[in-house]
Structures are given as structure tokens and as C-alpha cells.
Design a protein around this ligand. Sequence first.
Ligand code: ADP
Length: 475
Amino acid sequence: MNNGMYIDGEWIGAHRFETMPVDNPATGERIGDIPVGGALEAKMAIDAAARAFRDWAGRTAADRGAYLMKLYRLMLEHEEELASCITLEMGKPLKEARGEVRYAASFLEWYAEEGKRVCGETIPSSHPNKRIVTLRQPVGVVGAITPWNFPAAMLTRKLAPALAAGCPIVIKPSEWTPFTAIKLMELVERAEFPPGTVNLVLGDAAAIGGEFMGNEKVKKISFTGSTRVGKLLMEQGAKQVKKLSLELGGHAPMIVLDDADLALAVREVIASKFRNAGQACICGNRVYVQSGVYDRFVALLAEETLKLKVGDGFDADTDIGPLINSAALEKVERQVKDAVAKGATVLTGGVGPEGEGSCFYPPTILTNADESMLVMREETFGPVAPIRKFHADEEAIRLANDTPYGLAAYVFSGSVSRGMRVVEQLEYGIVGWNDGLPSTAQAPFGGMKESGIGREGGREGIACYLETKYVSIGI
Ligand code: ADP
């Protein structure tokens, strides 16, 4: 497997570098090794991107869009290869990985078009002899740091709008899932992007991140990952007032009101909670169910959850693959043990994996959950659904908002007025109302509170790669 870094249109081979292993979380087997790049390779890539900037920014949006469309078509042509790579290195079921490739590609198509609609304004002046116009110009070289849970989509969600806006990009993917990023770079090469417009560096996260934050040629950072690292980047960025977009952790509440379509609510809670084995920042983390429908909802949810099959993502009937690594598994086990010790009842799952090194965890439903439990407060990133009963709508809203996170929330209600009232009071950047899977390229995705800064996707997703220049003209 190609394991190089892609810098200035060249593959920088592994042979000159120290390497680090990448394992398949389903089997524990070694997939390959990647070079441990650091500040030097990051600097080389940033320099290449800076050299590419004037030419790329000076092209028409239509020209840049044509490159993005080429990459879009190549991604669809290579859907199976990309999907297999995702399953191999991060474990999600192959059917979900195929869906991720299509979702990832959709950002290229959408921003190929949206780039053409970037425009400034003319503003009426207060003086008869002045004219006011605004220009919207690319911010410059972008440093992108991406996570392992959606190794293709989190990359294209940054790459597509940055390139469409006229910004070259240097990408650092997660060390757990570098091969999907490498495969995408192979397609970038085939799409013949000008050298330096797209670069990939691999290896030492702190060293590469440090160079991104300290190098004045990097004008903008887009990060998706943990709140811990996001805060660190904010601190590091303060020195140069670096522009930051941060998409960080979440702890999504799912509120089931007593007028909800229960079959729909169960289907969507399962989709949100168990997709990707619960390893998504917007996945439901805690479920609040109104007293009148509590027993029926819980019974239905348990019935459907028991049908889910845990296994290797390459098995056609697998619904839930492994967790990314043993640390992720330990965190889930710790949260479930803590909940049980504090009075939660295990309705399904709850038993750790068999066999050393295994990262599988069964879909788990906990009832009698309350706020004292870690699982109700800390991001779980695993297939565990703690359920708590509530009585009044206001109680659910208060509980839902009682967290430093504010990324995604979900409400299930058949009533427009009740549902809308709840939606309006939720302190979250994304709300799924009778919808457990709200992500899509044309909508603004991002969080309030400690879940981040800025939005990705939609019109807002390109705005963060643009500066507004106000021009006052005396005539
Ligand atoms: P997770 O715990 O889900 O892996 P992280 O925030 O650790 O989340 O990882 C998200 C991305 O941030 C990865 O690409 C990772 O390599 C990168 N990262 C981790 N530590 C740092 C750091 N100190 N500086 C910059 N990037 C980092």
C-alpha cells in the first residue's frame, strides 16, 4: 500500500523516515506503516501551498470548480476501493463506509457550484462622492487536522470549500486512519490539481500541529477532533490571532415526547446511536423519554437493538463494527460500570468483549440513568444508550441543556408547536426533529458552547475560508 506523504505534487516515500504502525481494529492485524513526519515536512508542505496560492486564488471559480468535479467523479468511480480502505482501518461496516464515500464526495460537488456564488456587495454611502464595495477574497493557506471516525468525509468537508474559495490546503489526518487520506491524495494527483494546492503530511500530531500554529504562512486552521485538542489549538493560535474553525466534542440529548411516532423515534434513535458504533460527535449520547410512552418506547428499542449484529465490517450482515482501539473500549466499559454501580439497569449488551485485543462492544441500553453517571455527562463514543424518564417538556429541555457541549440534539414529536418550542430552546448548533441523521453537504454543521467555533457545510462552510475586504472609493 502507498504510504507516502503528498507534498508539492510529489510522494515523499517512507524509507527516509521513522515509521508507525496502523492496525485493523477488527482483527488487530497490521495493515501497514506510515512515515512519522514532523515540523520539517509540515513546513515543506506549507511552503508549497504558499507558492501555489497566487495562481490558485487567481483562477476563476469555474476553473477551480472543474477540478473539484473531476475529483468528485474519481471518488465515485473508486467508491468500493475507498470504502474498503475505511472499513479496513477504522472498522465501520462496509455499507456505512460506502455511504461515507458518497457523502464525502458530495462536498466536492456542492462546493464546485457554491464557489461560483461567492460575491461581495455594493453598499449605499452616506457621502455623494463616495462609493462602498466589498470584495471576498481567499484567506490563504489552510491547515486542516482531521479525525479518524469519518476519515474521508471530514477531509473533503474541509478540502472542498477551502479549494473552492481559492485556498491551498495542507492536511494532517488522524494517525489511526491515514490510508484513506493517502488514497484520496492519489485521486487528487489523478485529477491533476496544480502542485502545492493539496498536500498531505503524516505522523507526529503535536509537531505537525505546532508548525501549523506557529507558521505565519498558515492563515487559517480547520480542526475536527476532541475538545481537549481544540482548546490547545486556541491557546497556540492566540500568538498570531490565527483564524480557527473548531468542530469538537458533543453529548447529544435525544428527547422523545409523548406525542412522537414511536416506531419512527426508535428507528432514528438506533440510526443515530449505533451508526459507526456510536463513534460520531453528533450521535445521540443520552435519551430522555416522556413518562406516558416510556415503557413502550424502551420495549421497542430493546427489541430492535437485539436484532443488530456485531462483527467485522467486511461481513455483509454486520451492523456494528469494532471500536477504534482498546482505549476507546476501556472508556466505554468504564462508563457502563460506573452507571451500573450508580443504579442503572442493563437491558441489552453491557458485557465486554471476549478475547484479548478485541475492540468489539455490543449495543447496550441502560435504563434508570441519571445525571450522576459519567455516561450522562462525558462523551461516550461507543454503542451505549442510557435512558432517563422525564415528565414535563421543560424538564427535558433543562436536562438537555445542562452540559458544556452544544453540537447536536434530537427531538421526536408529532406536534409542530410543541416540537418547535423545544427546538427553539435547545442550545445546540444542530437539531434533528424526527430525524436522527441530519448531516448533509448543503447544511451548516457545527456547535455552540464548548462544541466549537464556526460551521462546515452549506454557505457558511465556505465563508470561513474568505476574508471580506471593504473598499471605500472616492469619486
Ligand atoms: P480523538 O481523541 O478522537 O482521536 P483527537 O483530538 O486526539 O481526537 O484527534 C483529532 C486529530 O487531532 C487527529 O488528527 C490527531 O492526530 C490530532 N491531534 C492530536 N493531538 C494534537 C496536537 N497536540 N496538535 C495538533 N493536532 C493534534
